[in-house]
Design a protein around this ligand. Sequence first.
Ligand SMILES: [Zn+2]
Length: 334
Amino acid sequence: MPHMTAARLHTECNELRLESVDVPVPSADEVRVKVKFAGVCLTDIHFIRGETAAGMPPQVTLGHEVSGVIDAVGSNVGGWRIGDRVVVHPVEDRGTTTRVLGAHYDGGWAEYLVAPKGALVAIDDNVPYEIAAIIPDAVATPWAAITDTADVRPVEAVAVWGLGGLGYHAVKLLRLIGAAPIVAIDPIDSARERARTAGADLALDPESDDVAAEIDRITNGNGLDVAFDFYGSGAIHQAAFDVLGRNGRLVLIGVADGPLHVNTSPLLIRGAKQILGHYGAERRHIEELIRLVRTGRLDLSDSVSAVYPLDRAHDALDALATKTGHPIRILLQP
Ligand SMILES: [Zn+2]
C-alpha cells in the first residue's frame, strides 16, 4: 500500500500531527483527488483549539477548501474522468445533519483525498488551482449569504462588519452585484485599506469612528438595507441592528460566544426587520463563482496571500492565528 503525508488532527489531545498514512482507495461511489492546493481557515484553528464540530472522529485530516485533479474513479461514478480539474464542495447535506470535508471525513491537507462523487465541481482550464481552492468557502460563503440569505438587490445600502477572508470577499462581491453604498467596518487599518480597494465606499474604525452617525449620513438617514456580521460578536449584533432601516436584514455568519441577545422590540416589529443566520454555500454557488471568474467578472488574483508546503502546516496556522501580514487566504501545497 503506497503512503502519503497528511496533517491530521487528534481531537483527544488538540494536536495537529504530520503523519505518514495509506493513500486512500475510493469506493464505488467515490473519486480520489490528487490535491493541488488546500486553504487554511479560521475554522481549522477552532478545531485544533478543541472547538470541534459535533460528530468529529478522534482523528481526521483537516482541509475543507481543496482544488485538485481526479486521479482514480470508483466503478459507479459516471461523468468524471481521470485528469478532470475539480474543487470539492465541503458540505454534504444529510437532512438534519451535515457531513463536512476535513471535519467529519479526511480533507485536503494531504497528497490525496477521497470524496463522494456528488461533492465534485468542475473547474475550467483558465481558472488557476490556487484561485479555485479558495472558492468553496472563503468566496462561496459570502456569495451565498449575499445572493440567497440576504437577497441583496442592486443599489441597496449595505455594511460588512469584520474584514477577514470572508468579509473582504463580501465587499468585492457586493460591489459586483451593484450594492450602494457599501460600508466596511474593522479596527485593523490594513483591512480597511484593502476593503476600499475591493470597492467599499466608506471604511470605518469601530474604535474611533462614530459608526452609527456615519451610516446615517451616507444613507441620507434611511439606514442600512443589509448588515453582515462576519466577525461574530454581541456588540456588533446590537450596533448593526440599530442602524438597519425599514425592512432591514441583519445576517449573522461569524459565530459569537453565548446566546444571541439583541435589544430589538418594538423596532423589529414596526420596522419589519429580520435577523437571519447563514452557514456555508451550496454547489450551485461554487459553480456560479467559477463562471464569474472564468468570464472575467470576478478577479480573485490578489486573494491568495501566501502558499506554504504541507509540511509547514503549523507555520501556516501560526501566520493565520497571529494575522502576520494580514492574510486574506493562506494555502497549503502538498
Ligand atoms: Zn473555512
